[in-house]
Design a protein around this ligand. Structure first.
Ligand code: AP5
Length: 306
């Protein structure tokens, strides 16, 4: 469907302007400014905490039950940071505040790992082997998987990408995809934490096999040991949280993902957040920095329109 078509959940990016790397359609700017003048933050809490990730986790044939607030300017965010810094935890908290879907590439691979072997494609089979060793999955496989789920990136509800992009080639592919659609990222949040703390976080992580909620045995324990607070699913330790895989993942991060900090800094999209303190404190800090960044950009739009 073309850009003027009414693709469900996709905004029409007509008459857009590019400001410091951010692209706002004029219509979207008016909505945001009105929301601000009406007296309040345009970050509103969700009436329901529904985060239907079926279309992302299972692929485009799965239906998406998320209900979108079309009056809100969508947040299109990338979370960067070393493995274990808390991206998944923050994505889950941010989703409740920003109303954007949490899209994790690692979760898609883990969901495929839960399928019968005969149902997995050879590329997915190969991807799972890379993941177990703590290595990055090849760019072509990752991009094919993300591209297949392109509707999630075009959704009017926005997105919070966690674990993608992870290499310069992936970042460039995402940028081209969004440029072609007349869209751009609201911000790229880089979470920063000392490596020793990261290793402690990964060693104690437990994940729900059912809803994928993340816990930590001492820092964020579930109410009942081994059981998810939300859905009572069983908690398990990820295969790639073994010490030898953690070392490989940290090396891969330093080699391939850390250069993205400079890439997004040059595009004026970067927001740096220290990842110490409680997860809730870090989330509040993130929201406040994101709002401040958007305020500055909207003021710029207003000034130009005046
Ligand atoms: P992925 O699933 O993306 O893993 P990751 O980036 O290594 O990140 P993690 O999920 O390990 O950590 P996190 O930062 O989300 O931390 P979390 O919130 O869980 O990728 C896995 C693999 O898939 C990759 O290694 C690769 O093989 C493959 N892959 C995926 N995407 C790819 C791509 N784009 N390209 C190539 N390959 C790709 O928190 C960690 C722990 O800390 C938890 O126990 C949590 O409860 C605790 N915690 C969180 N916040 C706090 C806090 N504030 N205080 C104390 N504890 C906290």
């Amino acid at each position: 469907m073309g850009k003027t078509g009414a693709r469900p959940g996709h905004e029409v990016p007509f008459d857009s302007e590019v400001i410091g790397g951010a692209c706002f359609a004029a219509a979207r700017g008016v909505i945001a400014v009105t929301a601000r003048r009406a007296g309040g933050s345009y970050i509103r809490h969700m009436a329901s905490e529904k985060n239907d990730r079926s279309a992302w986790l299972q692929g485009p044939s799965a239906p998406c039950k998320n209900v979108r607030d079309t009056l809100q300017i969508p947040w299109r965010i990338v979370l960067l940071g070393a493995p274990g810094v808390g991206k998944g935890t923050q994505a889950d908290l941010l989703h409740k505040r920003l109303r954007a879907c949490h899209l994790s590439t690692g979760d898609v691979f883990r969901a495929a790992g839960g399928q019968k072997e005969c149902d997995r494609s050879p590329a997915m089979q190969q991807a799972l082997a890379y993941m177990r060793r703590g290595e990055l999955v090849p760019d072509a496989t990752v991009w094919e998987m993300v591209r297949e789920r392109g509707e999630c990136l075009l959704c009017a509800g926005g997105f919070i990408l966690d674990g993608f992009p992870r290499t310069l080639a992936q970042a460039e592919a995402l940028k081209k995809f969004m440029d072609d659609e007349g869209l751009s990222l609201s911000a790229v949040v880089n979470y920063e934490l000392a490596e020793a703390e990261i290793v402690t976080r990964l060693g104690g992580r437990r994940t729900c096999e059912n809803c994928k909620a993340v816990y930590h045995v001492t820092e964020r324990p579930p109410k009942v040991e081994g059981q998810c607070d939300r859905c009572r699913g069983k908690l398990f330790q990820r295969e790639d949280d073994r010490p030898e895989s953690i070392r490989v993942r940290l090396e891969a991060y330093n080699r391939s993902t850390a250069p993205l900090i400079e890439f997004y800094g040059a595009l004026g999209r970067l927001v740096r957040i220290p990842a110490n303190g409680s997860a809730e404190e870090i989330c509040l800090k993130t929201v406040s920095e994101l709002e401040a960044k958007r305020d500055v950009e909207l003021d710029y739009v207003e000034m130009r329109e005046f």
